[in-house]
Design a protein around this ligand. Structure first.
Ligand code: SPV
Ligand code: MG
Length: 431
């Protein structure tokens, strides 16, 4: 009897559209279809993080006519699955002949050759309707709940989750839309950091809670209106414990994924100020109460409470930071932000090394504003899961604006600055 051919069809299948169904229908003609369904982390290696999680994508795929089997593909590299399955054919859209997937394609062809397998390429369905539907579905699929839970999924699937500061909707759009490929690797920011520093500076006020939560939440909602990526809110010390549940509820309702609370009390100063005199750290007991309160107040299990330790900022010893990390973790913190204003990463890495051995270890968050030479790969090596570039878009905008204003004043006309600023067309096309 003639052996039935096996057809491997790799897919992310985030938002299923007629292009996917076309591939499945074509593949059916050759034999039995095994879908190689990419996990969230495999997808994150080469394109934007999927809106729908793996389990849900699996459920949808299982119910599509023509699909005989689904296997998990947990890396962007196909080698592992192909060597086990040894399919007769691999079917893929021809879009991967160019761009970032080109190398993967070459490797797949080489592997298939080992047992006489063949690659069949189907013309990729490039239709404006599909792109439109994809965008529309994407925007509509982002319920508040799914948006809140994306951060947790990112932490579970990526080596490092990359956040950058957003102080207005325009910066939110940059973070939402900027994607680059660099040395054959796909890169984007995973979400937005709502910074007390840049929220304050953007309003011309000091970072000492002069800008209240209501004002900041108003700005935050404007950012969330035009973006889908997760947002982490810098809540300073979380305010009074009696008010904390209202803050947490407001953040969750707005679609925020996590709150960072720092263990300080009294009038606040920004942690990067050289002179920290008069700044007090909270007691462990008190701060743990706040963590517990924040946890009791949240409605979604996926909303994360991140405890920020200021011991190193205030010149205390590593042991103090470790003691606090353990206590905060036991009180229910989902992650620990260990802050530092050192010029290098030694102290945060020493902390990470020590805390790693603790049985209450939690994922670590770094804010490398002063130790900016530290590369993401070294943060990963030292066990950090989230990196926050806490103020860079505001710092980029300020000198550019100042220079434009100065050039106009000096020349008494605007022509001389034209080359250094966006064209009107570019600005109009932004939105
Ligand atoms: C912020 O961005 O507001 C922060 C980080 O809290 S830092 O400015 O380093 O204190
Ligand atoms: Mg802050």
């Amino acid at each position: 009897m003639k052996k039935i051919k096996t057809i491997y069809v790799p897919m992310g299948a985030d938002v299923i559209h007629s292009g996917h169904l076309n591939i499945i229908n074509q593949a059916k003609k050759y034999g039995e279809i095994i879908i190689g369904l990419f996990t969230d982390s495999a997808i994150a290696e080469y394109k934007s993080f999927p809106i729908i999680n793996f389990e849900q994508r699996y459920e949808i795929m299982k119910n599509i006519r023509g699909v005989n089997q689904i296997v998990k593909q947990d890396t962007w590299d196909y080698s592992k699955n192909l060597k086990v399955i040894k399919p007769d054919y691999l079917i893929h859209g021809d879009d991967w002949k160019i761009g970032i997937q080109r190398k993967t394609r070459t490797k797949v062809i080489q592997i298939l050759k080992k047992w006489g397998g063949k690659l069949i390429e189907i013309p990729y369905t490039r239709s404006p309707q599909i792109s439109h539907v994809h965008e529309k579905v994407k925007n509509n699929f982002f319920t508040i709940e799914s948006r809140v839970s994306i951060l947790k999924r990112l932490i579970e699937s990526k080596n490092i989750v990359r956040f950058i500061e957003s102080h207005n909707p325009l910066t939110g759009l940059i973070i939402e839309n900027l994607k680059i490929t660099y040395k054959n690797s796909f890169r984007e920011f995973d979400g937005m950091w709502s910074s007390s520093l840049t929220d304050s500076v953007a309003r011309g006020k000091p970072d000492n809670q002069s800008v209240d939560y209501s004002t900041r939440l108003g700005g935050l909602n404007e950012i969330l209106d035009v973006t889908n990526k997760p947002l982490i809110f810098d809540a300073d010390n979380g305010g009074r414990i009696e008010h904390l549940s209202y803050l947490i509820r407001s953040l969750e309702r707005a679609g925020v994924s996590a709150v960072v609370m720092e263990d300080k009390v009294g009038l606040k100063k920004n942690s990067l100020y050289k002179n920290q005199s008069g700044v007090k750290q909270d007691s462990i007991i008190n701060f743990c109460k706040k963590i517990r309160k924040a946890n009791e107040s949240k409605l979604s299990k996926d909303f994360l409470i991140i405890a920020r330790i200021e011991s190193l900022i205030l010149g205390k010893k590593l042991e103090d930071a470790i003691k606090r990390a353990e206590a905060y973790s036991r009180a229910g913190a989902d992650a620990i932000l260990i802050h530092s204003k050192s010029k290098n990463s030694n102290e945060v890495f020493n902390f990470a090394k020590k805390f790693k051995k603790n049985k209450f270890y939690k994922p670590l968050v770094a804010v490398p504003s002063t130790y900016s030479k530290t590369h993401e790969k070294d943060l990963v090596k030292n066990g950090f899961k989230i990196v926050i570039y806490a103020n860079h878009l505001l710092r980029a905008a300020y000198p550019a604006m100042l220079n434009a204003a100065r050039t106009i004043l000096a020349n008494q006309r605007s022509y001389d600055v034209e080359k250094k600023i966006s064209s009107i067309k570019e600005v109009i096309n932004l939105i």
